[in-house]
Design a protein around this ligand. Structure first.
Ligand SMILES: C[S@@+](CC[C@H](N)C(=O)[O-])C[C@H]1O[C@@H](n2cnc3c(N)ncnc32)[C@H](O)[C@@H]1O
Length: 231
């Protein structure tokens, strides 16, 4: 398993980053982006839950949100009832989360090796992490750890490379190698990574209405051995 953490993930250890983090969702554009992500997350959870119940499984709404950051989704996840634990590597982010949601449960831990038993919660939620992880092996290792702890499955947030922006970036890189190439994996690669972790996607939910303009995707996944839902 890849052990070196990408530098982009380390910045969240810094106090000022954590203190300013929620500014991203301030203002009308930030709030609109946040709302789109919330709607997609709500939909992804509903799809996962419906699948579990259609298979005769029990959904207790026990979730782990990792990385939870400053508790951006704690209210949404808790509104659904059940029990939710927020996990993040950066204690500075957890301090902000606890200040906003004093009654919520947060824990500092590394997604590479979570301190939870196999299948101890219904599902894992992982939002805004994978676009910072440019090594496929590390993404697959993270997916495997999420799959280990989530009894029924998980909701994962990917950014894919089939957008005008990524195409533009790839062309600029071809013309001038000094320009950084696009990092987002193509949908085919995302499918391969999910399969390599023993998972199967239930849906492919674009966060934005115009998928070629936005790379953001939410994917509810179940274990491969889970029977397909008859439709
Ligand atoms: C972009 S933030 C996303 C937070 C939240 N999910 C959201 O949507 O706002 C990325 C978070 O990942 C956390 N992180 C980075 N590496 C991690 C790891 N190995 N295990 C757990 N959390 C990690 C960082 O501390 C940071 O809070």
């Amino acid at each position: 398993m890849a052990t070196r953490r990408p530098a982009k993930l380390e910045v969240y250890q810094e106090d000022h980053i954590a203190q300013d983090y929620d500014q991203r969702w301030a203002g009308s554009r930030g709030a609109a982006r946040d709302l789109r992500k919330r709607r997609a997350l709500h939909k992804a959870l509903a799809i996962l839950r419906s699948h579990v119940e259609a298979q005769g499984g029990v959904w207790r709404h026990q979730l782990i949100d990792v990385p939870c950051g400053t508790g951006r989704f704690s209210d949404l996840l808790e509104r659904e009832g059940g029990q939710v634990i927020g996990v993040d590597l950066a204690t500075s982010m957890l301090v902000e989360a606890k200040a906003k949601h004093p009654k919520a449960t947060y824990l500092a831990a590394d997604l590479a090796q979570l301190p939870f038993a196999d299948g101890c919660v219904d599902a894992m939620i992982c939002i805004r992490l994978f676009h910072l992880v440019h090594q496929p092996a590390m993404r697959v290792a993270f997916l495997r750890e999420l799959a280990r702890v989530g009894h029924h499955g998980l909701v994962i947030d990917y950014r894919h490379g089939r957008t005008f922006r990524s195409w533009g970036r790839r062309w600029r890189h071809r013309l001038n190698p000094a320009v950084e190439n696009a990092h987002n994996p193509m949908p085919k690669v995302i499918r391969q990574e999910i399969a390599a972790a023993g998972l199967r996607p239930l849906a492919w939910i674009p966060v934005h209405r115009a998928p070629l303009l936005s790379d953001k995707l939410l994917i509810p996944c179940v274990r491969q051995e889970s029977a397909p839902t008859s439709s």
